[in-house]
Design a binder for this molecule. Sequence first.
Ligand code: GDP
Length: 347
Amino acid sequence: SVGAGPLSLGAGSRQRASLGEKLRCFYETRVRIPSEEQSGARRAVLQICSQLLSSLRDRLPDAPLRDPYPSGSLYDDLQVVTADHAQLMVPLVLEKNLWSPVPGEETIMNVPGFWLIRRENQEYYPRGTSYWDRCVVGGYLSPKSVLESFERVVRDSINWPAVGAALDCRVRPVVPSETIALEVQYETDRRLFLEFLPLVVFEDRVLIAKPHRLAEFTNVWRQSFREAHTSRLQRADRGDGGCRCLCLKLLKGVCKVNPALGKLDSGQLTAAVLAVSTRKRDWSPDDLAERFLLLIRELVGWLEEGCLPCPLDPKVNLFSELTPQEIDELGYTLYCALSEPESLLRT
Ligand code: GDP
């Protein structure tokens, strides 16, 4: 069985202590981003964002939007290895009585974790009443169409070379791309990717215009658990001085530097740490190696089942966009790592 690696058989606290040291060393040398690098990246993001915002206001003066804001691990101290990406969140304002969210599992597509946004009351409020009616496809607000309308502005109507020259950096839209992204080179050897992410909020639910990985699921909005999951983990760490976020960053670092694990994303890893955190109370920094190993073991188990239930909504499987082959490969790599966890740190 999966739990029977030599370490779990009690090969001793000395071995675990040395794994703990290796994890800390890996963190210091590979995972942790120096604070000057982070602040440089944040500065570059801010410059580009303010440029984007004024262009959006010029080109789409009627579009009902809340103020866009930069977001992502760079802002939560959860980015690892290099400070090289951020998201610009662009909240759409939708009229309450004209739109309603329909859960993906209640549609013919049966995709929990994704939503359709239905246009309501067309008989009283005909098409055109809402600005966003221009992005309705087949009765539903289409994230693809929303993205396309922003894309026209971001990609085609901003003179990026001129903006770059004014800001002393180089900016270019990334093509082809599933979402809208800009590549910003802001120092000779530093570059970052800025993803432009439209979103809609219904009560406490955040839906983002980030497409499902499978082409057959079009026009569904992705529910984002990022803020909720991240803030829970950070709150728990603050409460007991625990090492949950450190563990998460180590896992993210390991997945970033091991190509065989590249398909595990931070959403899945955050959910994994949160799930283990609700069962295990003790996260003292001395238990780092033990918790890290436990997480690897649990991930192997979830991969074996092909299912990682979302801690905030268990009917959502956070592995649902992985292919069976990807799941096998991830499971195999992590299973091998159980008996020799150091292999994950040798890069
Ligand atoms: P990292 O990129 O691995 O360091 O992890 P992040 O926590 O910054 O996650 C960024 C990824 O999550 C991007 O691919 C986003 O498209 C996606 N994502 C999903 N929901 C959200 C959200 O609410 N905010 C942000 N910033 N990104 C989100």
